[in-house]
Design a protein around this ligand. Sequence first.
Ligand SMILES: O=C([O-])[C@@H](O)[C@@H](O)[C@H](O)[C@@H](O)C(=O)[O-]
Ligand SMILES: [Mg+2]
Length: 423
Amino acid sequence: MTVAAGRVSRVTVTPVAFRDPPLLNVVGVHQPYVLRAIVQVHTDEGLVGLGETYADRAHLGRLEAVAAALPGADVFDLNALRRVVVETLGASTGGAGASFGGMLEVSSAVDTVVAPFEVALLDLQGRALGRPVSDLLGGAVRGRVPYSAYLFYKWAGHPGHDDDTWGEGRTPEQMVAQARRMVSEYGFTAIKLKGGVHPPEHEIETVEALAAAFPGHALRLDPNGAWTVETAIGVADRLAGVLEYLEDPTPGIDGMAALSRHTGLPLATNMCVIAFEHLKPAVAADAVQVVLSDHHLWGGLRRSALLGGICETFGLGLSMHSNSHLGVSLAAMTHLAATTPNLTYACDTHYPWKTEEVVKPGVLEFREGGVAVPTGPGLGVELDEDALAALHEQYVRCGQRGREDTAYMRTVVPAFTPNTARW
Ligand SMILES: O=C([O-])[C@@H](O)[C@@H](O)[C@H](O)[C@@H](O)C(=O)[O-]
Ligand SMILES: [Mg+2]
């Protein structure tokens, strides 16, 4: 039986903090908590739709401004949602850009702000119609979405705390052990190593150790632009035939294009192509062969599907990026990936690194390296209100109000500067 969706009556944006291990990257190290915002859109018919996004202070302010402007909106009018966001941000921020984690910069905040509300409205539409979001996106072409094991070099524990259950990740042997745990617990058949932490030779040795330990697994290395073009050419020569793709070895479209002219190894990005305006110059320069989509950055699920179509048109491969996230985002990512025919690479997810959650258990389970597409109405996941309240309380107490990987690293290594194009 279906019910009317109604109009938006009230919107809440709840910042939450969940624990995160000290994972290393090109700009520093993960802080003790990840900040996320959970969006709940209520309708006058008594339905509630869910969305999830970043919760850095500036982003939160924009979300709250849009939340205040949405009551009265038709949950089926997604074009009107975009208009509300454009008008609201124009009034409150002058249409400024957005930056997340010191690595991802976009010239307009519109897409990142639209995304969680669009997901929540699609959730509402699905709940009203009694159909999963995947049906609203054109129908699932796969019943299970494959994800990749996302390995990080890491400290054994946060300074001043006991070691976490993953322990130190520094040597190739330790990284193989990390991969073994992920592969045995989740069944992943693709493995991504986050690089940009150690000199390239060390990261090459880690990839070679992984290749020896996991024959037949698809391998990726992502140093987030830590290398010059010259260094990247050398690494690409060494790892051609070992990696399925090399992700953001060197910064910028020009740098990636220069490397691309020297290697047949597919180059992927979630750094130099992160908005529609970047596609034309990247295609013209043949800078990348694989684009990592991310509905949080590209304006939601429907715009990400549009990105998939553009990639298909220009013969680009399509994969999916992830930052640290909770189950509302995992559900949205899974519906999107299931309905994007040319998203044929295993998607990234930080999910195995987290130990806390806001959605009720039982729907989002990893089996054989993938997550089955939820079949319930909407996103198919239910919020655990007690868990939401507890993680909000943790947000209030933890004192973090933005992602500050570099500043946190400097509390331990005062002279640290980001490794961008360092080697
Ligand atoms: O969480 C991290 O440290 C990652 O490095 C993340 O911030 C990146 O955005 C991302 O996972 C990537 O693929 O570049
Ligand atoms: Mg990346």
